[in-house]
Structures are given as structure tokens and as C-alpha cells.
Design a protein around this ligand. Structure first.
Ligand code: GLC
Length: 440
């Protein structure tokens, strides 16, 4: 496969992360979608031969499985041991720590688990290396995931896990009231009204996603906009968020906060707080990622809803909704040592066998296409076809070198609207102006 970009999707602003990062020595950046800017991305480092101990850096491992998989590698590679460094579970904090590591040119981090939205920013600013593409075949990976790992048609990371938003719902309650999983927002609201009439309202809330002011809010805001037929950034690579469609999506979230469909407290929730509420039996519906499934399904007493819930596609305005494409790719930190081991470790971690055992243990979405029809995986996780569809129809977030500023602008506007501080129309018009200055 060539690493052909999806035409017109990508908008990239030139420049460096002046505030956080002083390493932008590459002259990288530029607008991929403009085509005429020339390929200014840095070229591959050819010194992938050094072997020895390395670190693998990722966000908090909620599954407990990552150390086990690393132990397996360490047993097979006693002279090239991998040490796990866990960062907070908040995506923005992970990004900041990885950028800081590059800023001080530290060799402490070797292999980075890079959120799919950071590739352009990290590549242009030489936080991560271009990978030796001849050593990595991406043919067997979902094309959308490979897109997230490339910048200027060059491979900067290998897709390790994908992510698509899912609607977790209390099957026991829907069955009790003879309801089907909702496909639209109004069906979801109606289902809640019916269920809460018959249940103890003080103990059961209707719906939640991620609304704290961090990357998860960018995801949930984008999903609301996309699921109402709007866009944040259009096919032409230009911001186009000040539209009636985008407003009707944002209005739904704002109204649901106002009328209690979403509990007020959810304004501080990230993925984990929502998962906890759902597992405690306090929510009928939850928008979250696939990792929640294996944890909510545990029968060790940690989840009150095991055996009582199921998964459906996200709902939308008048048809099923659109997920934001999530996931993580493995990249090599620019200032790392032992990059030869890093290359081998990435190959090993993302091979079919290890992806399968990882997905079985964590319910995270694989990036290899074949695993979506793997009998063992589909038996364990019957919603695999729903997940695949969520990923295949997902919208990527803007692929921008100034992604940190782009996401902050989205978070500021969305948060102010959700809190009722500014009308949704004003939030979107202000956001449009900000995005236009960040995405050229
Ligand atoms: C998940 C997704 C990632 C997203 C993050 C937001 O980790 O995989 O892409 O940015 O959630 O909280």
C-alpha cells in the first residue's frame, strides 16, 4: 500500500509549537491538502540498528494487561528489555508530557503511544521519527487507521489500536420496557423518559459522554456536529463549523444538560468517570470507547451491570450518528536510544497474534482488518461488526500541525456553550473564526 492521503481532508498550518516546544528545527509543516507546498516533512533516520533496553510510554493502562504483554516480550528478549511508563489517562496531559520530553531532548522515552490526532504535530516538530517504511507493511491494516499514522504520505507510526464511539445501553431496562436500542437522539430521549418513569429517578440518569474540558470534549462535540450532518472541517480542508447543522448538533447536548437528560455532574467527566457511573448502574446510556466493554462485563463484583448491557451504534439527529475516529499508534521518539529495538518491538506488538491477545484481554479495537472476523474475537465481543462500522464511518479530527491550539479552541467554545455561558450560535461563530486562523 502507498500511504496516500485522503484527498482534501487534511488541513495543516505551518509553524511550530512556540509555547510548548522549541525543537522545531525541521522547517516541517505546511498544508498537505494544498499540494503545492512541497514535501517538507523530515526524512527517515536510517540508524535503526542500535539494540538495547527501551521504554514504552502510554496513557494509563486500565486493563492491567499491558505489563503482561511486555513481560512476554522481555522473556523473549532479555537484552532488549522494555520498561512501561504510564502517563495520566487524560489525553492532553499525555501529549504535554511527550512534548516536554522532546523539548528537553531527553532519551527517557523510546516508543510512544501516540493518539491518532497528534501525528501531524509530532511529525512536523520532530517529536517522532519517520519510520523506515520498508520494514513495515500496512497492507493488512484498516486504511483509516493507516491514514492517521501518516504525514505527507510518509509513515510516522504503526496503528496499534483503533477506537470508535459506541452507545452502551442497559439491555435489561430496555427489554423491561419493551424498547429497542435508539438510533436517533429523540428515540434515546423517549426511551429515557419511559424508563425513568418506572424506575427510581434519583438513582438513574439517562445519558452521558465526555464533557470535561479536554480532548474527549473535542471528540464528543465533533460527534454531535457530524451526527447532525455538519462538519468541523470540511472535505476541502477548510473549517466550516458555523452552520445550522452544526448548531442543531451542539444544541442537543446543551439542551440535554439543561433538562437533566445528561446529569449536571458530567461536565467534569472523562471516559473513566462515565464508565464508573455506568458500571455502578447509574446510567441507562453511555457514549464511550470499546475498552469499557471488558471492564463492565467483569463478574468479580467491580461491575453491577455485567450481563445486563449491550452495545449499539451511536445515535444521531435523524439517523445513526457518526463517531470521531480515535485510537493510538506506536511511534519512535526522536531523541531515543536503541531505535533498532524500538522498531522490532513495534513490529512485535502490532503483529496479528499479539494484537489478537491484546484485543481479547482489553476489548480494544484492533487495527488489523482480519481480526474483525476472527471467530474467537467475535465470540467474545459480539459487537465487533458494530465497532468496525463505527470505525469505518468515523470522521477524523482535523489533521493539523497546530493541533494543540485547534483542540483547545474547540474545547473552549464547546465548554462555554455546554455551561450555558454563551449561545450555541455565538460559540460556533467564534470557533469558526479561531479555526480559520489556525488551519490554513
Ligand atoms: C481515546 C481515543 C483517542 C481520543 C481520546 C479522547 O483514547 O482513542 O483518540 O483522543 O480517547 O479522550
Amino acid at each position: 500500500m502507498t500511504f496516500a492521503r485522503r484527498a482534501g481532508r487534511i488541513a495543516v498550518a505551518a509553524g511550530s509549537l512556540t509555547a510548548l516546544l522549541a525543537v522545531a528545527a525541521c522547517g516541517g509543516g505546511g498544508d498537505e491538502s494544498a499540494g503545492g507546498g512541497g514535501d517538507t516533512a523530515p526524512s527517515a533516520d536510517s540508524s535503526y540498528t542500535e539494540k538495547g533496553p527501551i521504554t514504552y510510554v502510554q496513557g494509563k493502562d486500565t486493563s492491567g494487561h499491558v505489563p503482561k504483554q511486555i513481560a512476554k516480550w522481555n522473556k523473549e528478549h532479555p537484552d532488549e528489555k522494555v520498561t512501561l511508563q504510564e502517563l495520566p489517562d487524560n489525553a492532553d496531559q499525555q501529549r504535554a508530557q511527550m512534548l516536554q520530553n522532546a523539548q528537553i531532548k531527553s532519551d527517557k522515552m523510546t516508543v510512544l503511544s501516540v493518539d491518532v490526532v497528534w501525528t501531524a504535530e509530532f511529525a512536523a516538530n520532530q517529536v517522532i521519527d519517520e519510520l523506515p517504511a520498508d520494514q513495515f507493511s500496512t497492507d493488512d491494516f484498516l486504511p483509516a487507521t493507516v491514514q492517521t499514522a501518516t504525514y505527507f504520505d510518509k509513515l510516522y507510526a504503526v496503528p496499534a489500536t483503533s477506537d470508535g464511539g459506541l452507545l452502551y445501553y442497559r439491555k435489561d431496562l430496555l427489554d423491561k420496557y419493551d424498547l429497542k436500542p435508539p438510533t436517533t437522539w429523540s428515540e434515546l430521549k423517549d426511551a429515557c423518559d419511559t424508563i425513568t418513569k418506572g424506575e427510581d429517578k434519583s438513582k438513574l440518569n439517562c445519558f452521558a459522554g465526555q464533557y470535561n474540558k479536554y480532548e474527549g470534549l473535542t471528540v464528543n462535540f465533533s460527534e454531535a456536529v457530524n451526527s447532525a450532518g455538519g462538519v468541523v472541517v470540511g472535505e476541502d480542508g477548510k473549517p466550516n463549523v458555523n452552520t445550522p447543522e452544526a448548531q442543531s448538533g451542539l444544541d442537543v447536548l446543551v439542551n440535554w444538560f439543561k433538562d437533566g437528560t445528561i446529569p449536571k455532574g458530567a461536565i467534569t467527566w472523562q471516559e473513566e468517570q462515565g464508565r464508573q457511573a455506568f458500571q455502578d448502574g447509574k446510567l441507562v446510556f453511555l457514549r464511550n470507547w470499546p475498552y469499557v466493554y471488558s471492564l463492565a462485563e467483569k463478574d468479580d463484583g467491580s461491575s453491577k451491570v455485567n450481563g445486563k448491557f449491550a452495545v449499539a451504534p451511536l445515535p444521531g439527529l435523524d439517523q445513526p450518528g457518526v463517531s470521531s475516529l480515535g485510537g493510538h499508534n506506536m511511534a519512535i521518539s526522536k531523541y531515543a536510544k536503541n531505535k533498532g529495538t524500538a522498531v522490532e518491538f513495534i513490529k512485535w506488538w502490532t503483529n496479528q497474534e499479539n494484537q489478537k491477545s491484546y484485543s481479547l484481554a482489553t476489548s480494544q479495537a484492533p487495527t488489523r482488518t482480519a481480526l474483525y472476523t476472527d471467530p474467537e474475537l467475535t465470540k467474545e465481543y459480539p459487537y465487533m461488526p458494530i465497532l468496525l462500522k463505527s470505525i469505518e464511518t468515523a470522521q477524523p479530527r482535523p489533521k493539523a500541525v497546530k493541533y494543540g491550539d485547534v483542540t483547545l479552541a474547540i474545547q473552549d467554545s464547546a465548554y462555554a456553550a455546554l455551561q450555558g455561558q454563551i449561545p450555541t450560535q455565538q460559540a460556533l461563530s467564534e470557533l469558526q473564526t479561531k479555526l480559520e486562523s489556525l488551519i490554513k
